[in-house]
Write a protein that binds this ligand. Structure first.
Ligand SMILES: *Cc1c(COP(=O)(O)O)cnc(C)c1O
Length: 392
């Protein structure tokens, strides 16, 4: 049998967006309140408080009303001025991409770039900062999703703080799926969203902003104001007493509220643990069937996405088409430089459950076999089960 392309798949095991938790889907159907109704203004304040709690912030986060690319671009536009020297850390497609935005706002761009299956070495950052005292802003992507690799942002953040520079962190696909918080990495702007590990749809940015980042943005005459790209416009919007600069995404806020409730009620440690175990079982299973993972080392392999290196001679797009057509399972491809070289199995939010590792391995191994590669799917599944059972 084949699953039709124009019908919903059975399981979406992507690196985001992910299918939302059923409770989040229900919450999206709550009443769409008028944004100036006091009930909505009070609700908005409560959601921001929940986000603050989940992000372990000592001040209020900002919600921007567009998926996290809005927050990343807004961070570059608001914080970076032509007087800044930016050090962009690029270990993958998103890290590299932030450099292009940075360059739009300052001509002074330095970069450390690694192979896209590697992570940024804090020693290289230390050396670069020592060599270039003029560096005022550092940008880094925590989990470069198209590579499935993690950068050591807490270590990097400590170096940047000691240097006195501002730190911009893209934690879109790690926050909520592993232990990471804006103040732990000393980020000045920390961008994340509900559409990856929190298991809600794409449509919002959650942003941690340090006091000194607020001050720098306010002192920047070119920082967007009265604009969709503005962060400054939203500084007071959390307060039930303050107006919104424009209409917030009411339904998305309903979904975020539920996603935060679920995260806080389950307990972040438990949520991170099921992401980590699902990824560990998947890695064991991939190797067990005779295939390699993409990240150079296990220590830098993401707990929220397993990037699998595609064996020579296998067409990556055909592999995903087989997984979907035969089993109804959707995976993510690589992006840009990693496109065609790897397939990504997501473990985010509702799909960060060990049993989904088994479904992923069955579909991945079956698809590989269909394309003529001798994958030992049974051995892979057995290896994954060993990991899962070891934890019980
Ligand atoms: C998903 C993601 C974003 C948001 O961007 P989209 O590509 O539009 O989904 C930003 N940064 C990272 C690292 C992401 O994984």
């Amino acid at each position: 049998m084949r699953y039709a392309e124009n019908a919903d798949p059975v399981i979406t095991l992507t690196s985001g967006p992910v299918n939302a938790y059923p409770d989040v889907l229900r919450a999206l159907g709550r009443t769409v309140l008028y944004d100036y109704d006091p009930a909505f203004q009070l609700f908005y304040e409560k959601v921001v408080e929940k986000a603050q709690k989940a992000m372990w912030l000592s001040n209020r986060p900002v919600i921007l009303h567009g998926e996290p690319v809005l927050g990343l671009e807004a961070a570059a536009a608001s914080l970076i001025t032509p007087g800044d020297t930016v050090l962009n850390l690029a270990s993958g497609v998103y890290g590299k991409g932030f450099g292009y935005w940075a360059k739009r706002y300052s001509p002074n761009l330095l970069e450390i770039e690694t192979a896209y299956n590697e992570a940024i070495d804090p020693q290289a950052v230390r050396d670069m900062l020592a060599k270039h005292p003029e560096i005022t802003v550092v940008s880094v992507c925590h989990h470069d999703t198209p590579s499935g690799t993690i950068n050591p942002i807490d270590e990097i953040g400590a170096l940047v703080a000691a240097h006195g520079a501002y730190l911009i962190v893209d934690a879109v696909s790690s926050f909520g799926g592993m232990k990471t918080h804006p103040e732990e990495c000393q980020a000045d702007i920390y961008v994340t969203g509900p559409n990856k590990c929190l298991g809600a749809p794409p449509g919002l940015t959650m942003m941690g902003v340090s006091q000194r980042a607020w001050d720098k943005m306010k002192a920047n005459p070119a920082a967007p104001r009265a604009s969709m790209l503005s962060i400054l416009d939203w500084e007071q919007a959390w307060s039930a007493k303050e107006p919104f600069p424009f209409t917030p995404s009411v339904a998305e806020m309903n979904g975020l509220d539920m996603a935060l409730d679920l995260y806080l009620a389950e307990g972040p440690e438990k949520v991170w643990a099921r992401h980590a175990l699902t990824a560990k079982a998947t890695r064991a299973g991939i190797r067990g069937m005779g295939v390699d993972i993409w990240p150079a080392r296990d220590e830098i392999a993401s707990p929220t996405t397993t990037a699998v290196r595609i064996p020579d001679g296998i067409d990556e797009a055909a592999l995903r088409a087989e997984a979907r057509g035969r089993y109804g399972v959707v995976f993510s491809s690589g992006r840009s430089e990693t496109l065609g070289k790897l397939t990504r199995i997501g473990h985010m939010g509702p799909t960060a459950q060990p049993i989904y590792a088994i479904a992923a391995l069955a579909a991945f191994g079956g698809a590989l076999k269909a394309l003529g590669f001798k994958a030992d799917t049974a051995a892979g599944i057995a290896a994954a089960m060993t990991e899962i059972n070891r934890d019980n």
